[in-house]
Design a protein around this ligand. Structure first.
Ligand code: FES
Length: 207
């Protein structure tokens, strides 16, 4: 697999690595695609809302370590509002790219940073626990990467319809039966949505 020099540098000498003692907030997220995990820890200045310190622990692949390393670099010294704008695309760009099958590693790193920020905001009364809605489903679908090209399934227009009522999620996917990734994508969608207590059933349809 072809990695850029920046990925190799961050993998071999990761920045901001290690468990933080007494963090103000933290989050652990796992990737349904591979089972790898990342934890991100934050220390936030209460007056300025600046991320004074940030670190991570990785339980995953080389790209998992490299993307977590770069995402902590990108967030350090930023205000919470600025850090909320950091996406997996920023992490990819800062690493000069990732192979398509490894793009989900950057999604996991960005997602974990955003969860840690969200946990901080909820714990400090800066926001309420978000309600589950159709938008939550769309946000989750945006995190699912089609491994052949390394792009998310919303951008690739693979999602034809999304509905949610009485705990039932209904998704129509525009993925043909001959596509080798079809079942894999459906399984990942289920794993992303099953973690929400409001979701009782998930129906995924194909053409
Ligand atoms: Fe899944 Fe890297 S985080 S292979």
């Amino acid at each position: 697999m072809q990695y850029t020099q920046k990925v190799l540098d961050h993998f071999m000498k990761p920045h901001n690595v290690g468990k933080m003692e007494e963090p103000d907030a933290y989050a652990t997220e796992g990737s349904p695609a591979c089972g790898d995990q990342v934890t991100v820890y934050l220390k936030v200045n209460k007056d300025t809302q600046i991320i004074d310190d940030i670190s991570f622990l990785s339980y995953g692949c080389a790209s998992n370590i490299a993307t977590a390393s770069i995402i902590t670099d990108l967030a350090k010294g930023k205000t919470l509002d600025e850090a909320k704008q950091i996406t997996w695309r920023d992490a990819m760009e800062a690493l000069d790219g990732l192979p398509p099958v490894k793009v989900h590693c950057s999604v996991l790193a960005a997602d974990t940073l955003q969860s840690a920020i969200s946990n901080y905001e909820i714990a400090n009364g800066l926001k309420e626990v978000p309600e589950f809605s159709k938008q939550t489903i769309l946000d989750e679908l945006k995190k699912i990467i089609y491994p052949k090209v390394g792009e998310d399934i919303i951008t690739l227009k693979m999602v034809k319809y999304v509905g949610f009522s009485n705990g039932e999620v209904l998704i129509d996917l525009n993925i043909m039966s001959f596509d080798e990734w079809r079942e894999n994508i459906a399984e990942e969608i289920r794993e992303h949505l099953q973690k929400y207590p409001d979701v009782k059933d998930i129906q995924i349809n194909f053409p």
